[in-house]
Design a protein around this ligand. Structure first.
Ligand SMILES: [Zn+2]
Length: 124
């Protein structure tokens, strides 16, 4: 039934569009992620909601961790060390709000895909 296929495709696309729009609205109300530095080369066992935790050993930045902004409860860990692959780079704006590059994409679970810029999440 080709018509049902087309309808199903359309519904999926509409659903994704609305999901994006609702997420976008929600992001405006979320306070920005703030940087929290911990001493050492690994993340603490608990990463607080709303924080981007940076593990810094001496003057070497090892990794950052954050709770997945989709709300699934997962802790995302991203490596910053130059030897890591993939690796992310962290920058801070004058207000101290963190940005990450490139975007974060979880290949399993919730499959969240977003940018963190100036502490704010932009869904892709
Ligand atoms: Zn998630």
């Amino acid at each position: 039934m080709i018509l049902i296929d087309i309808a199903a495709k359309w519904i999926r696309a509409e659903y994704a569009r609305w999901q994006k729009r609702i997420r976008g609205l929600f992001e405006r109300w979320r306070p920005p992620f703030r940087l929290q530095v911990v001493d050492g080369d690994s993340l603490p066992p608990v990463v607080p909601v709303g924080a981007l935790v940076l593990a810094r050993d001496g003057n070497e930045d090892w990794c950052v961790g954050m709770k997945c902004p989709c709300g699934c409860g997962r802790t995302i860990e991203l490596l910053l060390i130059p030897e890591a692959k993939p690796r992310w780079s962290l920058s801070l704006d004058p207000a101290g709000l963190p940005s990450l590059s490139p975007s974060v994409f979880l290949r399993d679970g919730c499959r969240a895909h977003f940018w963190l810029r100036g502490g704010r999440v932009t869904w892709t």
